[in-house]
Design a protein around this ligand. Structure first.
Ligand code: I3P
Length: 127
């Protein structure tokens, strides 16, 4: 699904959707897995994870309510069947050593996200 996000005078068309997310490493350090449903936006080189609802993410530009921003530059993406008992899971590993699992029960949804993020990563590596 496509969401129009308005930020002041800047209007960007971005892809946004609820996905299940688990951060399993931060700066190379393993974390205890904790799946949460998160509003995810692909914003060019960045993947944004919003703690609040979609509606708040779309309208809420208050300071201090920033999403978690993941730098996709140099990141790796791969399907994994070993990191979770869930189906449809892929992993993103950042250059800073953070690891995220993203999951959806809907095959089409998760495939779309995998392809979109992969394209973004590949377009960057070509400079
Ligand atoms: C974890 C929780 C996760 C599960 C994980 C468990 O237990 O059940 O949902 O991951 O499995 O350890 P807890 O809540 O006590 O931390 P999946 O749903 O992805 O399988 P794991 O240890 O095999 O990663």
């Amino acid at each position: 699904s496509i969401a129009d996000i308005s930020a002041g005078n800047h209007i960007a068309t971005e892809k946004g959707e609820y996905l299940n997310k688990a951060k399993i490493a931060d700066g190379g350090k393993k974390l205890r897995k904790n799946w949460t449903s998160t509003w995810v936006v692909l914003d060019g080189k960045k993947l944004l994870f919003y703690k609040e609802s979609k509606q708040q993410a779309l309208t809420n530009l208050k300071p201090g309510c920033k999403p978690e921003s993941v730098d996709l530059c140099g990141a790796q993406i791969e399907w994994t069947s070993e990191k979770s008992s869930r189906k449809n899971v892929f992993q993103i590993t950042t250059t800073s050593g953070s690891e995220f699992l993203l999951q959806s029960d809907k095959n089409a949804t998760i495939s779309e996200w995998y392809e979109a993020i992969k394209l973004e990563i590949e377009s960057q590596s070509k400079g």
